[in-house]
Design a protein around this ligand. Structure first.
Ligand code: ATP
Ligand code: MG
Length: 694
């Protein structure tokens, strides 16, 4: 790719960062200012201009999902072979590869949860702890390991760090020591040991150091404000005495210092590298001015004003954020689910909506409420998509069916193949079965996306796309609302974000006591607010259960953010006026007239599809949805209806090529839709003849 082409669409500061191809670079910027975007373009630019090859770059991101997204973007920018991984994944690869040479003997077993070993260790110290107690203790051992504190130094170190131990500090130290002993005896590796051993292997074995440093010469780290001392140790081992390192972060989004991370590597980067190029970004491209105003307001009240960056909104106006108080939690969940269903009905994609909460336990109420409202959802933090057994099996079967499977349209074929594996027309009951179904539905959705992007796409194309994704572990987004904790939402964005459960005790969380801990909770709130592109809903409930005592208070972080309540009438008028920004889909002008807003174009711009047909399709969809008591988007999404009105299909096979029309929908609604497209009423088709097929 042309080195300059990959810089298209960057603003002057982003350009400065992307053009600084050598030496240390630090991008210090607020949420939504395009940090992640700037570094992916910088990487592509470095490759395109021949400064470094794709294989020599190691891009480190915070979560597997973020790594997957980064690989996706790099593929789009013509650099598919760049390694984008988490610290953990990158270290594990190197450690497994060099294990025989560096250490020898059987490779240890990886443990992804410390719970069992900690329980054993506590037992051996004659300590009785319940599950929560054990979890806290495991967290404490993790903190000690990432901050490189040995058992013998634990007590001293927490005193210095102003940290309170979950149980008596000398007991923590004893369990920690026992934990490490049991772990070594049984040849187990936890997350921290993987990083520690990799760093040690590099610093102690010059041969291995040479080979790893020869392979990776160019480093990029996203979300650098949340790097912990152990990760920094590994990064320094990778770098050696070189300085081709680019770090990116936002001190106001430090949300893992409870776990040992520290923003000081970011804030003191230019002290460590005095010749570093430092770039600050302030333009917020993600969110509307209304959302940005809330975000700035959240930080404004923070004590840590020193690194605060005021965001400047770049997008057109959007709806005002809403602040809603409910009597109890179920009422809050039900209402949020209803509002989500309404958003989807009016055209927002489900995958562009998120419900974010402080603790994972809050998820259940929203899973229930969304299921009741007939809204599909996905809970973050589950197994990686292509690692799920049903997906492995499905990919295997699809691969086998790649030859001679192109008599039918791609989407139909894929659905036929996935049917026997569990892709029924309606989601089944039961959590496990439902998860399996959702995975398969995501795969079918991917086939629809491939077919929509290229009408003549074949099974072989689809399988090739799958293989590319398996290789890059890039899971397709399931077509559903995301439920996620604030911690796992970092770096991500959605059109509509519902921040729920905003009460004292939940945010800030009850055990946040010191001023530092409260500040971290505030930053967590800031991360939540800044995930929203357009719609932002903030809500809380005064009681836990219906009829319960309304003893809760809204979060202190809401103080001063909520508009001083103007008269109700005034508010309503305001809401009507500002409802949402609708732009002309042809020329992009903001529309103010009701008639134009309904059409989503200026009256004098040419229509790009049959609007009269679209209106009739909508009317039909409403009654079809009512008949089956499902939300309208379950019948067809707005985008699908629009595509139908654009193509006006005259046969079943043409109709089946439209994205969103799978085998099941073709079967169920094909006749009605084709009748509407032929200018008839849907009922006429029932007794009339079938439209001719090709
Ligand atoms: P966070 O701090 O939340 O990780 P970020 O700084 O990494 O945010 P990005 O995710 O890179 O921000 O960008 C936010 C959004 O703004 C994305 O949708 C991105 O495509 C868009 N964006 C970034 N820069 C530009 C630009 N120069 N022009 C148009 N859109 C942009
Ligand atoms: Mg980012």
């Amino acid at each position: 790719m042309d080195p300059d082409r990959v810089l298209d669409g960057l603003d002057p500061e982003q350009l400065e960062a992307a053009r600084a191809l050598r030496g240390p670079v630090c991008i210090l910027a607020g949420a939504g200012t395009g940090k992640t975007r700037a570094i992916t373009h910088r990487i592509a630019h470095a490759v395109a201009s021949g400064v470094v090859t794709e294989q020599q770059i190691l891009a480190v991101t915070f979560t597997t999902r973020a790594a997957g997204e980064m690989r996706g973007r790099l593929r789009g920018l013509g650099a598919p072979r760049v390694q984008a991984r988490t610290f953990h994944a990158a270290a594990l690869r190197q450690l497994s590869y060099f294990w025989p040479q560096a250490i020898g003997g059987p490779i240890p077993t990886l443990i992804d949860s410390k719970a069992q070993v900690v329980a054993r260790a506590a037992n051996s110290c004659a300590l009785q702890l319940d599950r929560t107690g054990l979890r806290d203790l495991a967290g404490e051992i993790e903190w000690a390991k990432v901050t490189q504190v040995r058992p013998a130094d634990y007590e001293k170190s927490i005193a210095k760090a102003g940290r309170t131990a979950p149980i008596a500090a000398n007991d923590v130290a004893r369990v920690y020591e026992a934990y490490e002993e049991i772990r070594r005896e049984r040849n187990l590796l936890d997350f921290e040991s993987i990083l520690e051993l990799t760093a040690a292997m590099i610093t102690e074995d010059p041969g291995i150091a040479d080979r790893i440093r020869d392979q990776y010469r160019y480093f990029v780290v996203d979300e650098f404000q949340d790097v912990n001392p152990l990760q920094k140790l590994l990064l320094d081992a990778w770098l050696g005495d070189r300085d081709d390192i680019c770090v990116v972060g936002d001190p106001s989004q430090t949300i893992y210092s409870f776990a040992g991370a520290t923003p000081s590597y970011l804030t003191r980067f230019s002290a460590a590298y005095p010749h570093a190029t430092v770039v600050r970004l302030v333009r917020d491209y993600r969110s509307t001015p209304q959302v940005v105003q809330v975000a700035n307001g959240v930080l404004h009240k923070s004590d840590a004003a020193e690194h605060r960056l005021e965001l400047i909104a770049q997008r057109p106006d959007g709806p005002d954020p809403t602040y809603t108080e409910y009597d109890d939690e179920p009422a809050e969940a039900t209402s949020v689910a209803r509002r989500i269903a309404a958003l989807i009905d009016s055209g927002t994609l489900a995958r562009e909506i998120a419900v974010l909460f402080r603790t994972n336990a809050q998820s259940a109420a929203y899973e229930q409420a969304l299921a009741d409202a007939g809204v599909a959802f996905t809970v973050r933090g589950a197994t990686r998509f292509f690692d799920r057994p049903e997906i492995k099996q499905a990919v295997h079967t699809l691969r086998g069916a790649r030859q001679g499977a192109d008599e039918e349209p791609l989407v139909t074929t894929v659905r036929h193949i996935l049917g026997p594996l569990g892709l029924t027309s309606e989601p089944p009951e039961g959590r496990q079965a439902r998860e399996r179904w959702e995975s398969l539905a995501a795969l079918a959705q991917l086939a629809e996306d491939v077919a929509a992007a290229r009408h003549e796409a074949t099974m072989a194309d689809f399988v090739a796309e799958l293989e590319a994704r398996v290789a890059t572990e890039h899971a397709p987004e399931f077509e559903g609302v995301t439920l996620a904790s604030l911690h796992s939402a970092k770096g991500l964005e959605w059109d509509a974000v519902f921040l729920v459960g905003l009460t004292e005790g939940m945010l800030p969380i009850i055990y946040a006591e010191s001023a530092d801990q409260i500040e971290e909770e505030r930053r967590l709130f800031y991360v939540g607010v800044t995930r929203a592109r357009e719609y932002l809903s903030l809500s809380w409930a005064l009681a836990r259960a219906p009829g319960g005592r309304k003893s809760r208070k809204p979060s202190r972080f809401l103080d001063g953010l909520r508009p001083a309540s103007p008269s109700l009438a005034g508010r309503r008028a305001e809401r009507r006026r500002k409802a949402t920004v609708i732009q002309c889909r042809i020329c992009g002008n903001t529309l103010t007239e009701a008639a134009e807003r309904k059409l989503a174009r200026c009256l004098d711009c040419p229509a790009d599809y049959d609007e009269e047909l679209l209106e009739r399709l909508r009317v039909w969809r409403r009654s079809a949805a009512e008949q089956q008591s499902v939300p309208a988007y379950v019948v067809f999404t707005d985008a699908t209806l629009q595509a139908i009105a654009e193509h006006v299909p005259t046969s079943r096979s043409r109709l089946s090529r439209i994205s969103g029309v799978g085998a099941v929908k073709l079967e169920r609604y094909g006749d009605a839709v084709l009748a509407l497209c032929a200018g008839k009423e849907p009922a006429e088709a029932a007794d009339g003849r079938d439209p001719d097929d090709e």
